[in-house]
Write a protein that binds this ligand. Structure first.
Ligand SMILES: [Zn+2]
Length: 319
């Protein structure tokens, strides 16, 4: 529980100005995101008894420096035609609809500008899908970073007036622990504050989910720590079709499959995150499961195959 890694938290925080610079320099269209009305970007597919919709909240122009590692990282990025100035990572959330449920998995960055302006497109995506915020009955939170929970509040008030929040019990405990927060570096304080603000806004509508328990019928939360201490993936059982929402198990479908042990700037414990990454990748490749990822090329549906001692990402074409 107390695996707060001061070094990596500081590294992540120290890189934030670089992100801002990249956002302003390489993405001029995003630079005037203030006041702009970002459009909807969504992709819908059947998933057994559910319909699943990927909703793009925005693009995070991550810097190369977020990925720890040397020439091997540069080689993978060059082969993928990416960088070296920026490694664009979408921020996606996923809507699940069944006959009687409307469930959102994560909620995007919303008004938060941790990674620069230009986020909050989730709202338009939901509207384009014909879903009003009041229609959402459950929001499942994979972890409490701003790009996953920022969209839960607007001007401090809950966006989803009728929704219950499901969050892993380890994750909820970590970000609300006053002792851990007191020991965390100054750069991490806004993340703690946002998590606490969001959880307080939803008051008594929060369900803390144990490892391996269901957040909603057919949605099993599985603890996958390292990116954050309580980071969870969500196994979705649509009856004849299964999908693993792997959240932040990877931050580049190219880098983190070819080089699964490469640490990432916002990991609370990069070694633990790498072990979780291999465990989840082994699981989904052995079970030939579809995956969806928060930061996989939009819409973010695919498969992960083993390749030697590493892996390969194959975008889904089944839709
Ligand atoms: Zn994320």
């Amino acid at each position: 529980m107390s695996r707060l890694n001061r070094r990596t938290l500081l590294q992540g925080a120290a890189l934030l100005p670089v992100v801002g610079a990249v956002a302003g320099g390489a993405h001029p269209a995003l630079a005037d995101g203030h006041g702009a009305t970002p459009g909807a970007a969504l992709y819908t597919a059947p998933l057994g008894s559910f319909r699943i919709t990927a909703l793009l909240d925005g693009l995070a122009p991550l810097g190369r420096g977020f990925f720890f590692g040397g020439a091997e990282v540069d080689q993978v990025l060059a082969a993928a035609g990416i960088g070296p100035d920026a490694v664009p990572a979408p921020v996606s959330a996923f809507l699940l609809q069944s006959a009687d449920r409307t469930i959102l998995i994560d909620a995007g960055m919303g008004q938060q500008e941790t990674l620069g302006p230009g986020f909050g497109r989730l709202t338009a995506g939901l509207a384009a899908a014909g879903v009003a915020p009041e229609d959402v009955d459950t929001v499942v939170i994979t972890h409490a970073h701003p790009d996953h929970i920022g969209g839960l509040i607007r001007d401090g008030a809950p966006v989803f007036a009728n929704a219950e929040l499901a969050i892993g019990e380890v994750e909820a405990a970590f970000w609300t622990d006053a002792g851990i927060m007191a020991q965390a570096p100054a750069e991490a304080q806004p993340t703690f504050q946002l998590a606490q603000t969001v959880l307080a806004a939803y008051g008594n509508r929060i369900n803390r989910i144990a490892d391996g328990a269901e957040a909603a019928p057919g949605l099993t939360m599985m603890l996958s720590p390292g990116h954050t201490p309580g980071h969870c993936v969500v196994r979705i059982d649509g009856g004849d079709r299964q999908l693993m929402m792997i959240a932040d198990t990877l931050h580049s479908a190219d880098v983190h499959t070819a080089l699964p042990d490469v640490g990432f700037g916002f990991d609370s414990d990069p070694a633990q995150a790498a072990a979780s990454r291999r465990r989840i990748f082994d699981m989904v490749s052995a079970d030939k499961m579809l995956v969806a990822g928060s930061h996989i090329h939009f819409p973010g549906f695919g498969r992960i195959l083993t390749e030697g001692s590493a892996y390969r990402y194959l975008p889904a074409t089944w839709m």
